[in-house]
Design a binder for this molecule. Structure first.
Ligand code: PMT
Length: 392
C-alpha cells in the first residue's frame, strides 16, 4: 500500500500522457497523496483540469506565476518519489544535461527524492544513440527506469517505445518506497498444461495464464528476480525470466529444477491431473472407430516442491466449483504456507477472466475472503501478505 506516501507525478508531452491519468487514479486508490506537474507539451495532449479533478489538487505547470513562492523547490522537497510518466526523449535529454528551464526539469534537478522514468516515444527515437546515451547517463546519476514496453505506438507503428502500463508503474513505485521484494528470488507457474493424445489433439483446460502473469509481473515490478514457468502464450510480463513448457511432465521438470534456491514459489498453473498413458504417433481417424483412452496420473508438482529439504515459502492455488471444502483440505494437507482458492464457476472468477474473487486459506484453516478484484489487484494484495508474513 502507498497510504499517505507523497508522490509527485511529472507528465511530459507524449500521446501516452492519457495513460498518466489512469496512473494518477491508481496511485490515489493505493492511498497515496499526489501532486501533478506538467510540461507545456503535455498540456497539448491532456488538460490539467483532468488531473486536478482526479487528484483534488491544482496542477502546477509553470515556474513563475504560481501561487507558490518557489514551486520547484517546494514540490522537490515535498515528494518522496517523483514519477515521470510519460518521459519523452526531450525531457530525458534536458535532465541528462542538467537543464532546468521548465517546472518539470527544475523540480527534478532540485530534488533528492528517487526518480522513476517511464519512457514513451517512437522506436527510432528510443533506439537513437543520443537517447541511449542519455538513458545511461541518467542511470549513472541514480535515476530508475521502467520500460518502455514493446507494442503498438502512435500512428499505427509497432515496436519498443510504448509506455509501460500504469499498474506496473504503481508496483514499481511501491518497490521504491517499500522495497519488500528486493533481493527475493521468486518462482511462478502459470497457464494450463496440454497433454497430447495424438499429434493434433490434447487434453487441456481453460487457464489463460492471466492470474499467474499478474503475480509474476507485480513481483518483478516490486524488485524481485522472477522465474516464470508457463504454458500460456500470453506476451511475457516485463522483467521476468521465462521458461516455456507444455505438458505437466515438462512443467514438473522445470519447476523442480528451479525451486531449490528460490525464496517464494507461487504455483498458479492449472496442471492436468491425468494424461493419456500413451501418445498415439499419428492422427486418430474417425473411420477407425471411437478410440479408448487409458489415462495415468501426472506428477504432483506442488507436492514435489513442498517435499524439498529447504523448501521455499509456498503458495498454492486451488480451482474449485461451488464449495471451498476441498481447498480447505488442500491447505491443511499439501504442505503450503498459503492456499489461494477460487470458485471457477462464479462469474468474473477463475479461468480467462480479468478479475478474480479469492479466499486465502492458511494451513491451520483460518481464512480470509477477498472481494472481486482485478487479477493484478489480487497479485498486489497477495505480495503484500507474503511480505508481511515473511517479515514477521
Ligand atoms: O490462468 P487464468 O485464466 O487466469 O485462471 C486462473 C486459475 C483459475 C487457473 C487460477 O486462479 C487457479 O485456480 N489455479 C490453480 C488451478 C488448479 O490446478 O487447481 P488444483 O486445485 O487442481 O491444484 C491445486 C494446486 O496444485 C495448484 O497450485 C496446482 O498448480 C498444483 N498442482 C495440481 C496438479 C498437479 N499435477 N500438480 C500441481 O502442482
Amino acid at each position: 500500500m502507498l497510504r499517505d506516501r507523497r508522490i509527485l507525478l511529472a507528465v511530459t508531452g507524449g500521446v501516452a500522457a492519457y495513460k498518466a491519468v489512469y496512473l494518477a487514479r491508481r496511485l490515489l486508490e493505493r492511498g497515496a497523496e499526489i501532486e501533478v506537474i506538467m510540461t507545456e507539451a503535455a498540456r497539448r495532449f491532456v488538460g490539467e483540469q483532468t488531473f486536478a479533478a482526479i487528484s483534488g489538487r491544482p496542477v502546477s505547470t509553470d515556474l513563475f506565476g504560481s501561487s507558490r513562492v518557489s514551486p520547484h523547490t517546494e514540490l522537490a522537497g515535498w515528494a518522496e518519489v517523483i514519477v515521470v510518466a510519460p518521459a519523452t526523449a526531450a525531457t530525458m535529454a534536458r535532465l541528462a544535461a542538467g537543464l532546468s528551464e521548465d517546472l518539470v526539469t527544475a523540480t527534478l534537478l532540485a530534488s533528492e527524492a528517487p526518480v522513476l522514468l517511464a519512457p514513451a516515444m517512437h522506436t527510432e527515437m528510443w533506439q537513437h544513440p543520443a537517447t541511449q546515451r542519455n538513458v545511461e547517463r541518467l542511470k549513472a546519476d541514480g535515476h530508475q527506469f521502467i520500460g518502455p514496453a514493446e507494442g503498438s505506438l502512435a500512428g499505427g507503428d509497432e515496436g519498443p517505445g510504448r509506455m509501460i502500463e500504469p499498474d506496473e508503474i504503481v508496483a514499481a513505485v511501491e518497490a521504491i518506497l517499500t522495497g519488500p521484494l528486493k533481493g527475493w528470488r521468486v518462482l511462478v507457474s502459470a497457464g494450463g498444461t496440454r497433454e497430447p493424445i495424438d499429434p493434433v489433439r490434447y487434453i487441456g483446460n481453460r487457464s489463460s495464464g492471466k492470474m499467474g502473469y499478474a503475480i509474476a509481473s507485480v513481483a518483478a515490478a516490486r524488485g524481485a528476480d522472477v522465474l516464470l514457468v508457463t504454458s500460456s502464450t500470453l506476451p511475457p510480463p516485463a522483467g521476468v525470466e521465462l521458461f516455456r513448457v507444455e505438458t505437466a511432465e515438462e512443467m514438473a521438470a522445470q519447476v523442480w529444477n528451479l525451486a531449490p534456491g528460490v525464496d517464494v514459489a507461487v504455483l498458479t498453473a492449472a496442471v492436468a491431473d491425468f494424461r493419456p498413458a500413451k501418445e498415439i504417433d499419428s492422427k486418430l481417424r474417425r473411420r477407425d472407430g471411437v478410440p479408448e483412452l487409458v489415462l495415468e496420473s501426472t506428477p504432483d508438482i506442488l507436492a514435489g516442491v513442498a517435499a524439498l529439504d529447504d523448501r521455499p515459502f509456498l503458495v498454492g492455488f486451488a480451482a474449485e466449483t461451488g464449495s471451498l471444502d476441498g481447498a480447505r483440505r488442500k491447505a491443511m494437507e499439501k504442505g503450503v504456507d498459503l492456499l489461494v482458492a477460487n470458485d471457477v464457476s462464479e462469474p468474473g472468477s477463475g479461468f480467462g477472466t480479468e478479475t478474480n474473487r479469492v479466499t486465502i486459506i492458511r494451513p491451520d484453516g483460518a481464512s480470509d475472503e477477498w472481494p472481486l478484484l482485478d487479477k493484478r489487484q489480487v497479485a498486489d494484495r497477495l505480495w503484500d501478505l507474503v511480505a508481511q508474513i515473511r517479515q514477521s
